[in-house]
Design a protein. Structure first.
Length: 284
């Protein structure tokens, strides 16, 4: 990826229609990023990736499932930031916040760097620098590299996450007749992996496999949030039992790299890919 100077207009080939940006791997469209979603304020709207596809063209993200319509593909969703709701849905905190696209710092077919403002009630709470990149992993597989750096711009300490839910990166998968199989290096099944940290975690179906890995020490220390029933998906929890404090001008950074593969991978194959994602080597 190469920097794009701010005065230059967006490259027309990157957009399908405003406000969508298409991400590509070897000339194949593998993801669409919506940076200015047209959603009601009750959704606590923010940018999201959908659809995301395997190299074979199978969609691996879900959008606004009927039973939980605030789930938006691949996104950042936090139940509370300084007492404001950034996840949306019924019976949530008021006023609800929004993640607003400010500018592109870089924008290429294989990724981008974006600045966003997390705002609620007319107050600017967080400045986010979001970096999303497409990586090759060999035949039949690619990876989505997602980094979120959140800076407290309020001038006072604030808390994020916790208070009714973990919050952070979340990947919603499409509805299926049978739930995906979930496993990690440390366990198998939702009860064994939910709310626990692990170097990597996988969701597998007959059509696709997703392998999630934390790419920093702080990210690997966060517990995973796993849903295999309604609105199934995987998230990385910034905080679970209490909000994570951020001092004035401090930044919290998390990085998740997700392998997207056609077909069902077994534990050994998932572990090998996880080693590529995190740079730590395979652990079965």
């Amino acid at each position: 990826m190469t920097p794009v100077s701010p005065p230059n207009p967006p490259t027309p080939s990157l957009t399908r229609r405003p406000p969508h940006t298409v991400l590509r791997h070897e000339n194949r469209a593998v993801g669409t990023y919506v940076h200015r979603p047209q959603l009601p304020g009750t959704f606590a709207p923010g940018p999201y990736l959908h659809p995301v596809r395997t190299l074979g063209g199978v969609t691996v993200t879900g959008l606004r499932p009927a039973e939980h319509p605030v789930c938006l593909g691949v996104s950042m969703a936090v139940p509370e930031v300084a007492g404001r709701d950034f996840r949306g849905g019924p019976d949530r905190l008021d006023p609800r916040g929004s993640q607003r696209h400010l500018s592109w710092l870089l924008r290429d077919p294989d990724g981008f760097v974006e600045e966003l403002s997390w705002t609620a009630g007319g107050r600017h709470l967080l400045l986010e620098r979001r970096t999303v990149a497409v990586r090759g992993l060999g035949a039949g597989c690619w990876a989505l590299d997602f980094t979120s750096a959140l800076t407290n711009v309020t001038g006072q300490e604030i808390g994020i996450g916790g208070a009714g839910g973990a919050g952070g990166f979340f990947w919603t998968v499409p509805p299926r007749p049978e739930p995906p199989h979930v496993f990690s290096a440390d366990g198998e099944g939702g009860a064994a992996v939910h709310a626990r940290p692990a170097d990597w975690l996988a969701l597998a179906t007959d059509d696709w496999t997703l392998v999630f890995a934390g790419a920093t020490g702080d990210t690997r220390a966060d517990p995973w949030c796993v849903r295999t029933g309604e609105h199934a998906g995987v998230g990385s929890a910034l905080a679970r039992r209490r909000p994570l404090p951020i001092a004035p001008a401090d930044t919290v950074t998390r990085r998740i790299v997700t392998a997207v593969a056609d077909g069902r991978l077994d534990r050994a194959a998932a572990a090998r890919i996880a080693g590529q994602l995190s740079g730590k080597g395979a652990t079965v």
